[in-house]
Design a binder for this molecule. Structure first.
Ligand SMILES: [Zn+2]
Length: 88
């Protein structure tokens, strides 16, 4: 079964949602929505450092989440995305 496609905020390529990690605003930072059920607007990213860093460099998080105050530590989020994603 093919799931819905989402665009990675880091590399801007489309991928099945199952290959991406959902991130939501959790001010002042972000939360990794491992179970994909947190409310609010989500941003999707590949669970790898390069995509997290690219999104952070372009300030794509605040834009994608419509949360201007959000700040992301790319190294820390990359770590969380990589480890919390292993729940699959
Ligand atoms: Zn990506």
């Amino acid at each position: 079964m093919t799931g819905p496609e989402r665009t990675c905020v880091g590399c801007r390529t489309k991928a099945p949602a199952s290959e991406l990690v959902r991130v939501v605003a959790d001010l002042p930072g972000v939360a990794v929505d491992t179970r994909r059920r947190l409310p609010g607007r989500g941003a999707w990213v590949h669970p790898r450092a390069e995509c997290v860093e690219a999104a952070t460099r372009r300030k794509a998080w605040a834009r994608a989440l419509k949360a201007p105050g959000v700040t992301v530590d790319a190294a820390e989020l990359a770590q969380r995305v990589a480890t919390e994603n292993t729940v699959f």
